[in-house]
Design a protein around this ligand. Structure first.
Ligand SMILES: O=c1ccn([C@@H]2O[C@H](COP(=O)(O)OP(=O)(O)O[C@H]3O[C@H](CO)[C@@H](O)[C@H](O)[C@H]3O)[C@@H](O)[C@H]2O)c(=O)[nH]1
Ligand SMILES: O=C(O)[C@H](O)COP(=O)(O)O
Length: 332
């Protein structure tokens, strides 16, 4: 690690976060907290996650709650995700119902971007909706550094990651985070060496201040976390970041080909934030407010069909969404 990364890791990593819900609810004062769950076809896991979150939204004796709203931002589900989420007690927002002047695009980054306009929180907590054995203590842990300190704008979770691949008969207590370890952390250590202390740069469990989220472009698809992390660092320095230990995080582990496509999206978000790059992935503009990109690039994977190997081209969306704040400025 660079000396700066080492200093940051020691100063800004909470290995055993122990803020209580009561303490944080008191510190919250007039600020609002929104929990946002991006979801695409998550009918198996969405309701148990919401059930676990609901107590955080119940007012205490003083009429206050740590969480003001739990919102599922639906990404075009075709299963029962929306109904199950609503029955479980969340507000469900379809991606086409927020910022309707923008034609919806596929992918996770798109719904996170739209969520800024759908929720009222000053502080937003993002959680994936494919989590298994979810523990609501993730939420106070992620909010702790934002409510107890002024500096961080983005707080990432870190955890042990089991790996479960039923088709392959794999069930391990560790070994998850394959894209994180094989692509994201190596790439970040090259393009922003000071970010080498971030344990789970891709984790979908993080909290951030609205002011920061509205000030940056959103990369599409699975590039969104990489973009937010690099942009938080570029604009607010390492001390704009913090990380908290969330214990264990289990999710649906995807197959290798799906992870290949995810990796290409992540690489596009990182390369487009690399000054002077000549890659086709895009580039920051001079003001660093926008990333100008081709709409799409293509990535080829190979699949076996009978005895032959055939190329299979995957479109990788690269067009980023502009900072939400710039839309408000332009509409005035
Ligand atoms: O088009 C999409 C795809 C996914 N999701 C949701 O986004 C979350 C994460 O998606 P998933 O496919 O489960 O991603 P992972 O394989 O878990 O990928 C990891 O790495 C990604 C790349 O950084 C992060 O976006 C993820 O949050 C992180 O968990 C889930 O709630 C999905 O339902 C959408 O809302 N829309
Ligand atoms: O975060 C990652 O590295 C990818 O989502 C893959 O995670 P997994 O190896 O735990 O499935």
């Amino acid at each position: 690690m660079t000396p700066e990364a080492e200093r940051w890791f020691a100063a800004r990593s909470w290995q055993d976060p122990s803020w209580s819900v009561e303490e944080l609810t008191r510190l919250k004062e007039a600020r609002r907290v929104s929990v946002v769950l991006p979801a695409l076809n998550e009918q198996d896991t969405i309701a148990p996650i919401i059930a676990e979150l609901l107590p955080l939204a119940e007012p205490d004796g003083a009429g206050e709650a740590l969480v003001d709203e739990i919102v599922v931002l639906d990404s075009g589900s075709t299963d029962h995700t929306r109904e199950f989420a609503q029955c479980a007690g969340a507000r469900v927002v379809a991606r086409e119902d927020v910022l309707p002047e923008f034609e919806p695009r596929a992918g996770k980054g798109e719904v996170l971007w739209r969520s800024l306009a759908a929720v009222s929180g000053d502080l937003l907590v993002f959680l994936d909706s494919d989590l298994v054995d979810f523990d609501a203590r993730f939420v106070p842990a992620l909010l702790g550094p934002l409510l107890t300190g002024d500096e961080p704008v983005l707080v990432k979770g870190f955890y042990r990651r089991p790996l479960r691949l039923p088709r392959e008969g794999v069930r391990q207590e560790e070994g998850g985070g394959r894209v994180t370890e094989l692509l994201a952390r190596p790439v970040l250590s090259a393009v922003r060496p000071d970010l080498a202390g971030v344990v789970q740069p891709l984790g979908g469990e993080y909290a951030a201040r609205r002011g920061f989220l509205e000030s940056v472009p959103f990369a599409p698809g699975y590039g969104v976390e990489t973009g937010l992390l690099i942009d938080a660092y570029d604009r607010h320095g390492l001390d704009g970041l913090a990380q908290v230990n969330l214990g264990v995080r289990k999710h649906r582990n995807r197959g290798l080909l799906q992870l290949g496509v995810m990796s290409r999206q992540i690489l596009a978000a990182a390369l487009s934030r690399t000054e002077g790059n000549s890659f086709p992935d895009g580039a920051l503009d001079d003001s660093r407010d926008e990333v100008s990109c081709p709409q799409e690039i293509s990535y080829t994977q190979f699949v076996q069909s009978d005895s032959e190997w055939v190329p299979h081209d995957q479109p990788i969306p690269t067009a980023e969404r502009p900072p939400l704040r710039s839309l408000r400025r332009n509409s005035r």
